[in-house]
Design a protein. Structure first.
Length: 240
């Protein structure tokens, strides 16, 4: 009886530590709290982290950074042009799971100027989830792209259920550009305050990522044969 009580006590004692390992304050970066988002990039890179992705939740921007040497994923939440939280989060938030490999860590480096196949998969899933489309990760054959699509889809569904109007309104406002010529579509986006921040070529398509600093909206134009084939909501705009 005594042994069983001790066992239960030890389990209860260890539960907080398991939680903290999944998500706790990143003490190394506490100094970033209340700082301007423009300080994030250098601070994280100087500490051996690389940018993974940006999400939006409840109107806030959340950046995810990965350190392969320490196997650590850090999230940085920004609200009203200031950092409000820096947390150690699960590896999965940085796409690092038991299914990943060394080739994944060396090849997947999304961020400014390096929007790649994993980013495309995530954004397509993100958009499908927001648009309430069916789950279709058979767009992709690579296992890691399927995983990125799944993560994006889950995030899109979550935001749709929360009624996240910023991304939903971007879908409603810019689906009209699908089928429009590149020149005409880009003129509309620029007139509405969007700036091109990333570009990528993949599978015969050209992907241009656009960010509106005023509204916080981030979208991808998928270009094929000189026309906008599809508009995707993107999670890959870095805010400065």
């Amino acid at each position: 009886m005594i042994n069983s009580r001790i066992f239960v006590f030890l389990i209860i004692l260890l539960l907080p530590f398991n939680y903290i390992k999944g998500q706790d304050h990143a003490g190394e970066f506490e100094y970033l709290i209340d700082s301007h988002p423009g300080t994030i990039d250098n601070a994280m890179k100087d500490s051996g982290y690389r940018f993974v992705r940006t999400d939006r939740e409840h109107g806030n921007s959340i950046q995810y950074w990965w350190n392969a040497d320490e196997n650590q994923c850090v999230s940085i939440e920004v609200d009203n042009s200031r950092v409000i939280a820096v947390l150690n989060v699960s590896e999965g938030e940085c796409y690092q799971t038991d299914d990943t490999s060394d080739s994944y860590q060396s090849n997947y480096i999304p961020g400014p100027g390096n929007f790649d196949a994993m980013s495309v998969a995530y954004d397509r899933g993100y958009t499908d989830g927001l648009r309430n489309r069916s789950f279709e990760n058979n767009y992709f054959s690579a296992k890691l792209q399927k995983s990125a699509y799944t993560n994006g889809y889950s995030k899109g569904v979550k935001l749709r259920e929360q009624g996240e109007q910023n991304s939903l309104s971007a879908i409603a406002n810019y689906r009209k550009l699908e089928g429009v010529s590149v020149r005409q579509a880009y003129a509309v986006l620029q007139n509405d305050g969007f700036q091109e921040v990333l570009s990528h070529q993949l599978g015969g398509n050209s992907y241009r990522t656009w960010f509106n600093n005023t509204t916080g909206q981030c979208i991808n134009t998928v270009i094929r044969s000189g026309y906008v084939n599809e508009i995707l909501i993107s999670a890959h705009c870095l805010e400065n």
